[in-house]
Design a protein around this ligand. Structure first.
Ligand code: ZN
Ligand code: ZN
Length: 335
């Protein structure tokens, strides 16, 4: 555990990596990919290229040297000069598995590093080949996403590093804590199989976070009980059923008006169980703007009745001619 981090690797983790390598032991580093995509950005003014169709930064792919949108298929080569301040100091920032691989080659020169993620396992048999090479000790450090968390048992792994627990915990999703606990516990279980006792290093700015404490103490029941209290207090499943309505329209002003109209109509029957409308994390995809209205209903409520009331409100909403052009996507208990 280390509270401060100068780079992506704390001194504490580097020290333990060196120790494992000195003992001819292997290492697994876990980096949850979500939210870690490397972006191409201007060092001077912070400008970074966005997708022309979606409200997201483009992700830099080093091997193919392109900038790509992960929501639509748009891609473009990296620009050499910043269009905002004309500086030519553009570089890759972020924390993807590719960047970790690069940093390791600087921190631990000569060490054999392999990534295990969607990019390196696209080809047939590549997943199996990487795991076999790791098992045959042709790889010292395996750097991976969720793929390294499950079912991999290697005798010689003595250290597992979880590189950024905070990003997992801070995801805007009511399941983020539970999911973080699962991922961290699973990846921690990769260390020290069978004969040897392994080490797990979790990098975080918040080592006292209750989820991290439960991971360290292998306390699933404690996590479960705490999580249930939180869920109840904040009106989440399993105590409440969630229904998300996503409205889509090309004109953001019309969308605003229509979303407010629908939310008002819903409040007439559901009252304070209606939240929003608000923009989702990504508010424009393929040139359509999105707004979300959330409905949280007590688990005991009759779902048939809720469905009927909601459908009636949506029908009324659509019967107004100016609302006809919006699309509504309904998602019950969204993941
Ligand atoms: Zn700039
Ligand atoms: Zn896009």
């Amino acid at each position: 555990m280390q509270k401060t981090m100068q780079s992506d690797f704390s001194g504490f983790l580097v020290e333990h990596m060196k120790e494992a390598l000195d003992n001819d032991e292997q290492i697994i580093l876990f980096q949850n990919r979500r939210g870690y995509n490397p972006v191409w950005a201007c060092e001077v003014c912070g400008w970074n290229p966005h997708c022309k169709n979606c409200d997201v930064s483009l992700t830099y792919h080093k091997n193919s040297n392109i900038l790509k949108c992960h929501y639509c298929s748009y891609f473009t080569p990296p620009v050499g000069a910043c269009p905002k301040c004309q500086s030519n100091r553009l570089k890759m920032i972020g924390f993807g598995t590719e960047k970790i691989e690069d940093e390791l080659s600087i921190i631990l020169p000569g060490v054999r590093v392999q990534r295990l993620d969607l990019d390196t396992t696209r080809q047939k048999n590549s997943y199996e080949n990487i795991l076999r090479d790791f098992d045959d000790r042709k790889i010292d450090i395996l750097v991976g996403t969720q793929m390294v968390t499950k079912g991999l048992d290697f005798d010689n792994v003595s250290l597992v590093g979880i590189l950024d627990a905070d990003m997992m915990l801070n995801r805007p999703d009511f399941r983020a804590f539970e999911r973080s606990y699962q991922l961290m516990s699973q990846v921690a279980g990769r260390s020290g199989r069978k004969s040897k006792r392994g080490k797990v290093v979790i990098q975080t700015y918040d080592p006292d976070h209750w989820i991290i404490r439960h991971v360290i103490e292998h306390d699933y029941m404690g996590m479960y009980k705490n999580e249930l209290i939180e869920r109840k207090n904040y009106f989440y499943p399993p105590y409440y059923k969630m229904i998300n309505l996503t409205l889509k329209h090309r004109d953001p002003n019309k969308l605003d008006m229509m979303a407010a109209d629908l939310a008002d109509r819903m409040r007439e029957v559901f009252g304070s169980r209606v939240l929003g409308p608000e923009f989702p994390v990504v508010k424009r995809i393929q040139n359509s703007y999105l707004k979300v209205i959330r409905l949280k209903v007590e688990k005991e409520a009759s779902h048939k009745k809720v469905k009927k009331l909601l459908q009636k409100k949506i029908n009324d909403f659509y019967s107004a001619p100016h609302n006809k052009s919006v699309r509504i996507i309904i998602d019950v208990d969204p993941i």
